[in-house]
Write a new protein. Sequence first.
Length: 160
Amino acid sequence: MATHYVIARYNEDISWADDLDKTIIQKGVDMPNLGREASSYLLFIVNNYEKLNGQYYFLQGNPFEHGYPDKKFTRTSSPTENPQHTSAKEKLHLHWLCDKLMLPIKPNYKYIVGANFLVTAEELKQYTYKWYVNAFNLSLQHRVAWELERLWLTIYPNSL
């Protein structure tokens, strides 16, 4: 199965990806610098929905600071579980976003620190193009990108 890398970049040195089959979503060039990595990932899916095939690593510009020791991108830590609101400071509204995206509402959500993950095209296509357009538009709102980081494992429960 072919593997493609989708890298959400702002100004990180991504020379580590020189030899990878990749698409780089450059904040400030390909899209406004809004929505953290979530909007970049979703923009890629929206722009490529019909031709998705194989598997995709969705990675930040520097995934190594988020538990990936090498370019095998094997996660070194288990997903973290947190309640609906992780802290008063973050003010995350996961139930609100789950409702907007028609995702299951849970008392706790497992999430991947750093929002780097591997997912197959089949898993991506469990959602419609229209769903991704809606998710992308939501991702440009202030806190939604932080909330999406907490929901990738809910959206793609088989991702690594």
